[in-house]
Design a protein around this ligand. Structure first.
Ligand SMILES: *[C@@H]1O[C@H](CO)[C@@H](O)[C@H](O)[C@H]1NC(C)=O
Ligand SMILES: *[C@@H]1O[C@H](CO)[C@@H](O)[C@H](O)[C@H]1NC(C)=O
Ligand SMILES: *[C@@H]1O[C@H](CO)[C@@H](O)[C@H](O)[C@H]1NC(C)=O
Ligand SMILES: *[C@@H]1O[C@H](CO)[C@@H](O)[C@H](O)[C@H]1NC(C)=O
Ligand SMILES: *[C@@H]1O[C@H](CO)[C@@H](O)[C@H](O)[C@H]1NC(C)=O
Ligand SMILES: *[C@@H]1O[C@H](CO)[C@@H](O)[C@H](O)[C@H]1NC(C)=O
Ligand SMILES: *[C@@H]1O[C@H](CO)[C@@H](O)[C@H](O)[C@H]1NC(C)=O
Ligand SMILES: *[C@@H]1O[C@H](CO)[C@@H](O)[C@H](O)[C@H]1NC(C)=O
Length: 592
């Protein structure tokens, strides 16, 4: 009864405006992860949710004592207050993208899309965990910056800060190097992908804040609701940005990726295409507005760009799997959209599309993918840096879709597979490693985060200081290698870096568990001290190894050049040695 009363209280307080946390939440120390939860909602899952949102506070840029609850990360300082001054704009605020200090719009939009879309269907989990005010603070921190980064219809800043300047700095947030240029796209330098993905993030966010929009995806009579964020002013503001961004993306030619328009300065998140982003944004706007024109666009692009049957992971670069699931959800929640566009609702077809995709992952026919010995979904190429990303993204999609699958058997298969991936991340793996920082004594101690590390020596990132200065609670690190081994080394960014997009699924996954699961996350059953750094050397993009097991790109190129030179030398020697004979063959050939 008590949780219900609290939920009702939260819902009514939302009418007064922005939410104020009550009670306030601070991450408990890692040893709390050893204690089984005895309450409902589950304390451990509430902590996973609370900590994964706290991570976004730790990534904040700009003036920190803003918003509903100010700055709760005591070791962070105001920073980069002059961002945007090169364009006479205020582009301060927002979040640092990862372990460094650039601000990047494309992965930010992906992150907000995942957060908002997850909360639409499972937001009640935030209410139960009393995290809705922190969700509000997190979303507003992201969206308020995106609004500043979108000062006129076609202008969208896609990055602030220079990769070149930033990559040569390792240190705290008080001496972040300048200049920190802003990089805009506009009608003469288009970025269909960035405009579109930002439009999708805004559209889904506007639904979350709308007091009147409902989004009932399940077949149960009491589906989980979205969180109590109701604010029509904010909802309309987000929707207006979504509409102008989509109109700009849809109407500006030539359509192009923002990387093609701006070049190497924005190479950190160079997306490979814009077709998927344009499609997802049209569909998101359709769902947010009930306007079939957008649905017609989405379906048209899905067909024109041949997006059916593609086997891609879901990440900032590819949103194709999200398109499948959102089409399936739309067939249930907004059947009138297809009809209004003169199309078939085709729930069966969208289920087939989605399930073909999921089934290929489960049965191992998904290209380049397999399960590691320890059970992690590993997609060669996509999982080589930050291996946990593809796995968590699939887990969120499968959990989201499972209740509307075509059969009870499929529902169970998807729930089981998703559960196995989440469980792996939270300690059910051969290393006994818990990949969320600060959640358990076996959590990573050395995440690759310049501000958290306290280090200032870029030549000694691993060793200086010996102990990470601050605990960046709730950050999911990149994750283990394909042999399930994990080196908790600060300089191994492929395994230990933290990032906005890495964390994007975790709050939703925790909210889902809160609504469903009475058992604790796996880590509660793990004894402290049972993780240790493996012997030997990792072989990954951060620390390429020179041994036979795997060569760095440089080493491989060196060997290839050596072999080619050797062959050429032998050919030349033979030619010199047999030059008379060759000359006579040549002459004979001519005569024939
Ligand atoms: C809603 O959001 C707006 C914009 O952020 C804010 O100014 C206002 O205080 C919020 N509350 C209400 C009740 O509108
Ligand atoms: C914030 O400022 C304090 C005081 O100058 C400093 O000790 C601390 O390292 C700074 N934090 C970061 C993340 O750089
Ligand atoms: C349009 O964007 C390009 C590339 O970022 C920039 O150089 C140019 O100044 C922008 N044009 C305007 C009118 O802002
Ligand atoms: C769109 O339609 C759905 C279901 O018919 C409804 O719940 C929702 O509130 C509508 N949205 C808008 C923006 O009118
Ligand atoms: C949600 O949808 C299902 C099936 O379409 C329906 O049975 C149920 O009553 C709906 N629940 C609410 C609260 O609208
Ligand atoms: C998007 O652009 C296409 C033409 O490329 C047009 O047919 C369609 O109506 C546009 N969509 C909207 C919502 O304006
Ligand atoms: C429904 O979807 C299936 C599978 O994607 C497709 O083959 C079929 O043509 C669609 N039917 C209609 C009427 O759109
Ligand atoms: C929760 O469990 C029910 C059945 O017990 C299932 O239908 C649903 O998909 C599950 N959801 C998650 C997120 O685990």
């Amino acid at each position: 009864m008590l949780p219900l009363i609290l939920v009702l209280l939260l819902k009514s307080s939302s009418a007064l405006g922005q939410l104020t946390p009550s009670p306030t939440y601070s991450p408990p120390t890692a040893s709390a992860g050893l204690v089984a939860s005895t309450s409902t909602p589950n304390t451990q899952w509430s902590n996973v949710l609370g900590n994964s949102l706290y991570f976004y506070d730790a990534q904040r840029s700009g003036k920190l004592d803003q918003g509903t609850y100010g700055n709760r990360v005591e070791w962070r300082n105001d920073s980069a207050l002059n961002d945007g001054s090169d364009w006479n704009l205020d582009l301060s605020g927002g979040w640092y993208d990862a372990g460094d200090y650039i601000k990047a719009t494309f992965p930010l939009s992906f992150t907000l899309t995942a957060l908002a879309w997850g909360a639409l269907t499972h937001g009640e989990g935030y209410d139960q965990a009393q995290q809705t005010a922190y969700l509000d603070g997190t979303l507003r921190w992201g969206y308020d910056w995106l609004i500043r980064a979108h000062p006129s219809d076609d202008v969208l800043f896609v990055q602030v800060g220079s990769g070149d300047v930033d990559n040569s700095y390792w240190g705290g947030d008080e001496n972040i190097p300048t200049p920190r240029p802003g990089y805009p796209i506009n009608s003469s330098h288009p970025g269909t992908d960035a405009w579109s993905s930002t439009a999708a993030a805004f559209a889904l966010g506007s639904m979350l804040y709308s007091p009147s929009i409902s989004y009932n995806v399940t077949s149960t009579s009491s589906p989980p609701t979205s969180p109590s964020l109701s604010n029509s002013t904010y909802s309309s503001l987000l929707l207006s940005h979504a509409k102008t961004l989509y109109a700009t993306a849809n109407n500006t030619s030539p359509r192009s990726t923002y990387y093609s328009s701006l070049g190497e300065s924005v190479a950190a998140y160079a997306s490979s295409n814009w077709q998927d982003d344009l499609t997802l944004s049209a569909l998101s706007l359709a769902v947010a507005t009930n306007d079939s024109t957008y649905y017609a666009d989405a379906y048209n692009y899905y067909v024109t760009y041949a997006l059916s049957g593609l086997k891609e992971v879901w990440n900032w670069d590819s949103v194709i799997p999200a398109i499948y699931v959102l089409f399936a959800e739309t067939a249930i929640t907004r059947p009138q959209l297809a009809k209004g566009a003169g199309l078939d609702t085709n729930l069966t077809g969208w289920r087939t599309e989605t399930e073909n995709y999921f089934d290929s992952i489960i049965d191992g026919t998904f290209k380049r993918s397999y399960l590691t010995k320890g059970g992690l979904l590993y997609v060669d190429g996509d999982s080589d840096e930050a291996s946990l990303n593809p796995a968590m993204a699939i887990a969120m999609l499968m959990f989201k879709y499972a209740p509307i699958a075509s059969s009870q058997q499929k529902t169970e298969e998807y729930n089981d597979f998703a559960q196995s991936q989440l469980s792996y991340m939270l300690g059910n793996n051969p290393m006994n490693a818990v990949y969320l920082v600060g959640s358990h004594p076996n959590s990573p101690q050395n995440p690759h985060s310049a501000p958290a590390s306290g280090g200032t020596n870029i030549k000694a990132i691993r060793t200086s200081p010996a102990t990470e200065a601050h605990v960046i609670y709730g950050a999911m690190v990149g994750g283990p290698l394909s042999d399930d081994k994990f080196w908790d080394w600060r300089d191994d960014w492929a395994q230990t870096e933290v990032a906005l997009d890495y964390n994007a699924m975790i709050p939703t996954l925790a909210a889902m568990q809160l609504l469903n699961e009475t058992s604790d996350p796996h880590y509660v059953s793990i004894q402290a001290g049972t993780y240790s750094i493996p012997s030997g050397q990792p072989c990954d993009a951060a620390l390429p190894c020179e041994g036979s097991g795997g060569l760095s790109k440089g080493a491989k190129a060196g060997i290839a050049i050596g072999v080619i030179l050797g062959v050429l030398l032998i050919v030349a020697a033979i030619w010199w040695w047999k030059r008379e004979k060759i000359a006579s063959w040549w002459r004979k050939g001519y005569r024939r």
